[in-house]
Design a protein around this ligand. Structure first.
Ligand code: GH3
Ligand code: MG
Ligand code: MG
Ligand code: MG
Ligand code: MG
Length: 306
């Protein structure tokens, strides 16, 4: 059986709360009750409820203060608040809406009107949930490289400075590897772009799977160049990690229509090590890894340089 939509009643009169609860449960809502604004805030924070019907006059925290307070909280989603009160003066309606209520109803409310008002609320909440989901998708897309599904350069540029600040704060080292597939142009020239793309995907997967989850992460820096951030790793650790990735790469068998083939990659390593007084900027750290990569290329490729 489908669970009813969660709704919170805030009402200090037990008889009125019970009457309202009965109506709402018959409409299929899954109802919780709080007897004042303070208790309602605690309830929403404890278990998020996006739909609230609140009385105005209550002890401890009234409905207006509740509306104002809930708009200031950082919650997982929007809370649609209906003020339901005996106060029916025009000034009261205006004050209620200005305090942050989404709708204003006067007691006694007819169950048919309440049902219709709640339908409006649900429409708004559905819209908000769809927008939030879409936002999350766009956010994810904006930091993902579509070909490899690794992070992209935008994410790298945003996250590496944060990781460096954390490293400086905690005193723990942080390493960056720049990895570049060797003679990749030849892969494209020999086997075509599609096989080239598959090679990039396979290399991306290798990086992802070869790293410690939650500590290290890889990004496609551009073309056939990848950047890896190794958390809590000093230079020696980073060189062995790069060496491991280098060996995995050379052991990788790729498929082309003409048969299997192999690739190699070169790695440049650089490290931020606050305990040694090494706290470089992102630009300096990446430049150092890039210089090491260049050396690896110059001295024969399929190598790790630091
Ligand atoms: P080196 O060993 O010096 O790194 O040589 P290389 O051939 O790997 O390097 P170069 O920079 O000369 O060529 C990189 C090639 O990568 C050229 C470019 O067309 C190709 N490339 C970049 N992005 C993509 C992509 O998304 N898909 C495919 N298939 N190829 C790409
Ligand atoms: Mg009351
Ligand atoms: Mg190159
Ligand atoms: Mg290359
Ligand atoms: Mg390159």
């Amino acid at each position: 059986m489908e669970e009813g939509f969660p709704l919170l009643i805030v009402e200090d009169s037990p008889t009125q709360a019970l009457r309202l609860q009965t109506v709402l449960e018959s409409l299929g809502y899954q109802v919780a009750v709080a007897d004042n604004g303070r208790a309602a805030l605690e309830e929403v924070l404890r278990e998020f409820r996006p739909l609230v019907i609140t009385d105005w006059v209550m002890p401890e925290m009234d409905g207006l203060d509740f509306c104002q307070a809930i708009r200031k909280l950082d919650l997982p989603g929007y809370v649609y608040v209906i003020l339901l009160t005996a106060r029916d003066a025009l000034d009261d309606v205006v004050a209620g809406l200005e305090a942050g209520a989404d709708d204003y109803l006067t007691k006694p409310v007819h169950p048919a009107e309440l049902a219709a008002r709640l339908k409006t609320a649900r429409r708004i909440l559905n819209l908000e949930a769809a927008l939030r989901k879409r936002n999350e998708e766009i956010q994810k897309l904006s930091i993902t490289d579509p070909l490899t599904t690794l992070f992209n350069r935008r994410y790298f540029n945003e996250e590496l400075p944060k990781a460096l600040s954390a490293s400086a704060r905690t005193g723990r080292p942080l390493a960056v590897l720049m990895a570049d597939i060797d003679h990749f142009k030849k892969v494209n020239d020999t086997h075509g772009h599609q096989v080239g793309d598959q090679t990039l995907r396979a290399f991306g997967r290798l990086l992802k799977e070869g790293l410690r989850k939650g500590v290290d992460w890889a990004a496609r820096y551009g073309g056939e160049e990848f950047a890896v951030v190794l958390g809590e790793t000093d230079l020696d650790g980073a060189v062995s990690a790069a060496e491991r990735l280098r060996l995995l790469t050379s052991g990788l068998t790729l498929e082309a229509p003409t048969g299997p083939f192999r690739v190699t990659a070169s790695f440049g390593v650089a490290c931020a090590d606050p305990r040694r007084g090494d706290v470089p900027s992102m630009e300096k750290l990446v430049a150092a890894a890039d210089r090491a990569l260049y050396t690896a290329k110059e001295t024969g490729r399929n190598r790790v340089e630091a």
